[in-house]
Design a protein around this ligand. Structure first.
Ligand SMILES: [Zn+2]
Ligand SMILES: [Zn+2]
Ligand SMILES: [Zn+2]
Ligand SMILES: [Zn+2]
Ligand SMILES: [Zn+2]
Length: 600
């Protein structure tokens, strides 16, 4: 029997821990731990009002259940006892199992035990005397102490009671060096304690003394006179602290977000790099197979040549199947604005720009040989014949230059709008502007005719086979150079026409709607609309079996004039390609990136 009954029928229990369910232990084994002094050990002793029923005792350690767990078989054990049993088991495989000592059921430690809440409640409802109201009698037994707390309390509420018990030991709230007190002695102690602080200590008052001294002090305390101000400040500080805490939380959240975003960014950067590498690989592969195809084609051509030699069939036409690819061979830089127009003569390349300058470039040295200044606006168009150069500008004039002296010979001021395009043929200079084309006699430099009938800006002029072709909005007119009569008007272009060129019996027009329209000059029917550019087609140039188109999309496309198929795209310019000109096997391209590139 482990219970030790005293004369009052009360039972002494000694708890091993401060858990909610005390552990019943035999009195004899804990004698040395028990003390009636108001030290720490007092909290380990529970004196029951009546002895606990044996149904509240754990069969494993014969004490009150401590955190009782009920097993699947219906028997209940302490959590503590089960864990002890488990750790004592040397067979590691069986550590997760427990065999019920009553019915030998094999129980899983993880799955077969549940808290026995009913039993916990019963144990917590046991009544004990307050630990601050028990003492040892002369025979050493624990009995009630009339000098102490007289409360009977629930075992489960003993810690709550301890926090308010008048007989519990507390420390002087004013000074840690005062001797320990019973809670009910605090009022008395306050009268004699000389360590009481001014209520405005937190505001900075250093006063310390007895209660009476404090009352006197408060009459003169500086802080007391401004206590409303202080309390308002404290409120404000509390609010600010709360806000600061919120900001801290927000800041932490943002920091976390930044970390997450940085990680995400790094991931994306890695992915991008991987994709770029893959793309470059694919590009190299395509280039390699293109070169292979080209060499196969040249072999095929060789085979055909051999075949022709062997068969001695002079009639077989050898078609050059190998299409030479253009490569960028050089760049002229020097203009301070987009290059709108170019022409070539006598080993010079001549260019006009938004910087109001006309520049003459030496084609052998690629150096600027002369700069013709005079225009007060963008130089939009150029035309050359012999030693005469003509330049048209947004300043509404045409300037006539001598290419030997580089002097301006004359300024033609007949236009009252921007001069958009120039062309020379049959002894005349043609100049396109808004709705009209003026015709100048090259000898007299006098305006001899004004061609009317165009509906909009005439931005494109070209001459071929005794005819002048003019492009405006959705309209191309063909004029007889002999009598300046309009012999045909073609519509069906797509929007405003920015460039015109004749290739064999085809008329080509580059439009604002990104396409190139091709007409048959015998039937005046539209043969095809060439797509491929993704910006307005500003300029066209024809060379043998190929023609070139420059676009707002920064590219130059190379087309076959027979098949009208795009055979190459040149994309070295970084801005709109405004002007193209072909000379002795070279293509020159002027761009809004202020440069002129040479292609061969
Ligand atoms: Zn059982
Ligand atoms: Zn137990
Ligand atoms: Zn008490
Ligand atoms: Zn004190
Ligand atoms: Zn004070």
């Amino acid at each position: 029997m482990i219970n030790n009954h005293n004369s009052n029928g009360s039972t002494i229990a000694v708890a091993g821990s401060q858990s909610n369910s005390p552990v019943f232990s035999s009195y004899s084994t804990t004698t040395s731990n028990v003390s009636t002094d108001h030290g720490n050990e007092i909290s380990d002793i529970n004196l029951y009002v009546s002895p606990p029923s044996s149904s509240l005792l754990c069969p494993l350690h014969n004490g009150l259940f401590n955190q009782p767990l009920i097993a699947k078989c219906g028997h209940t054990f302490c959590k503590y006892c089960l864990h002890k049993q488990q750790s004592n088991n040397t067979d590691r495989n069986k550590q997760s199992q427990f065999e019920c000592p009553f019915d030998k059921t094999l129980l899983s430690m993880d799955a077969d035990f549940f808290p026995n809440l009913a039993l916990s409640t019963q144990i917590n409802d046991l009544m004990i005397y307050c630990k601050h109201g028990i003492k040892r009698n002369h025979t050493g037994e624990w009995v009630q102490d009339e000098q102490g707390c007289q409360m009977k309390i629930r075992l489960g509420s003993r810690f709550e009671h301890d926090r308010i018990c008048d007989y519990a030991t507390i420390q002087c709230p004013y000074n840690k060096t005062c001797p320990p007190l019973k809670r009910h002695q605090l009022k008395q102690h306050t009268l004699i304690c000389n360590h009481i602080n001014c209520p405005h200590k937190s505001a900075g008052c250093m006063f310390e003394g007895t209660k009476q001294q404090l009352d006197e002090h408060l009459l003169g305390c500086v802080y007391e006179s401004i206590k409303d101000y202080i309390s308002r400040n404290e409120e404000q500080i509390t609010i600010l602290r709360t806000q600061l805490d919120e900001k801290h939380t927000e800041n932490d959240f943002l920091k976390k977000s930044i970390l997450q975003l940085t990680a995400r960014f790094d991931q994306l950067a890695l992915k991008l790099e991987a994709k770029t590498n893959k793309f470059e690989g694919t590009l190299k592969h395509i280039q390699a197979s293109l070169e292979a195809t080209q060499s196969q084609l040249s072999e095929t051509t060789m085979d055909l040549v051999m075949l022709k030699k062997n068969a001695n069939l002079e009639a077989i036409e050898i078609v050059d199947l190998k299409i030479p690819q253009l490569k960028c061979k050089g760049t002229f830089t020097g203009h301070n604005g987009p290059i709108w127009c170019m022409t070539v003569t006598n080993g010079f390349l001549i260019s006009g720009s938004s910087d109001q300058m006309v520049k003459i470039w030496d084609l052998t040295t690629l150096k600027c040989k002369a700069m013709l200044a005079g225009h007060q606006g963008i130089v939009h168009c150029l035309a050359v014949i012999g030693n005469r150069l003509f330049s048209g500008s947004s300043d509404q004039t045409i300037r006539v230059w001598d290419l030997e002296t580089f002097e301006c010979l004359e300024v033609l001021t007949d236009h009252d709008n921007t001069v958009c395009a120039l062309a020379i043929a049959a002894g005349y200079l043609f100049s396109g502007s808004y709705q009209i084309i003026k015709v100048y006699d090259l000898e007299s430099l006098k305006c001899v005719e004004t061609l009317k009938g165009n509906n909009h800006w005439v931005r494109a002029l070209t001459v071929s086979g005794g005819y002048l072709y003019t492009g405006a909005h959705n309209m191309v007119k063909i004029w007889d150079l002999g009598n300046f009569e309009c012999v045909h008007t073609m519509t069906g272009g797509s929007g405003s026409i920015y460039s015109l060129a004749v290739a064999g019996r085809k008329l080509l027009a580059g439009t604002y709607e990104n396409s190139i329209v091709a007409w048959d000059l015998d039937t005046f029917d539209v043969i095809s609309k060439l797509d491929g550019h993704i910006g307005a087609v500003y300029t066209l140039a024809v060379y043998g079996q190929r023609f070139f188109s420059g676009s707002y999309d920064s590219t130059i496309k190379v087309w076959n004039t027979d098949s009208l198929i795009c055979v190459q795209t040149l994309n070295r310019h970084t801005s709109s390609v405004e002007s193209l000109v072909v000379h002795s096997g070279c293509l020159f391209s002027g761009s809004a990136d202020n440069s002129i590139k040479v292609w061969r």
